[in-house]
Design a protein around this ligand. Structure first.
Ligand SMILES: *[C@@H]1O[C@H](CO)[C@@H](O)[C@H](O)[C@H]1NC(C)=O
Length: 184
């Protein structure tokens, strides 16, 4: 399926821009349908959003694949919260981290997991201090894009509570409960 953005000149330009941005950022765009109109600014017919039911499945898979108490946040492609769960005894500081991990993914159209910005955001890197933008991003692991069966980017899950690797493992399993995800 192809995103419905090609019916107008503006749509075509947006579509081309989306592809250019995707390919400039990484080589994953060919397998994933991403459109700049999937979030804010889209018409309802253009949207491919995670449903509340799907978000519940993601949360349950995250719980089932947790080895520590986690905070689990599910956002739609416009970075808006669809579902959240704080497991008993999960760190309070990780509530915000879980949501911002997912927001880091949705802010760049699901092109990469949250750790995709890790290297370039270090002092001296091209994207140094990018984590200070947008009210705060989290550039380490635990935020994963969720891609549906048609290849659409429909949302993101953020997990926080364990080590970075534990968070990544749980978030990947959570995303895979309803689709696929992206790894680098
Ligand atoms: C762990 O994640 C997998 C993959 O998404 C899922 O099929 C499975 O049900 C999860 N495990 C539990 C115990 O929830």
């Amino acid at each position: 399926m192809v995103p419905d953005v090609s019916s107008s000149t503006a749509g075509k330009m947006k579509s081309i821009l989306a592809i250019a941005v995707s390919f400039a950022s990484c080589g994953l765009a060919k397998t994933v349908n991403r459109t700049l109109t999937n979030g804010w600014g889209s018409t309802p017919a253009q949207r491919h959003y995670i449903s509340a039911d799907q978000a519940q499945i993601v949360i349950q898979a995250a719980i089932g694949n947790s080895s520590v108490p986690n905070n689990i946040a599910v956002l739609d492609p416009s970075s808006q919260l669809v579902a959240f769960l704080r497991m008993d005894n999960a760190y309070l500081g990780s509530i915000d981290i879980s949501m911002k991990k997912a927001k880091t993914v949705t802010s760049f159209n699901g092109l990469f997991p949250s750790y995709g910005l890790l290297e370039q955001s270090q002092p001296g890197g091209d994207l140094w201090a990018i984590q200070e933008t947008n009210g705060g991003l989290v550039v380490f692991g635990g935020g994963q894009p969720i891609i549906d069966a048609d290849g659409y980017f429909i949302g993101a899950v953020g997990v926080s509570g364990g080590t970075v690797q534990q968070d990544i493992d749980t978030a990947v399993k959570a995303a895979e409960s309803i689709g696929t995800t992206v790894s680098l």
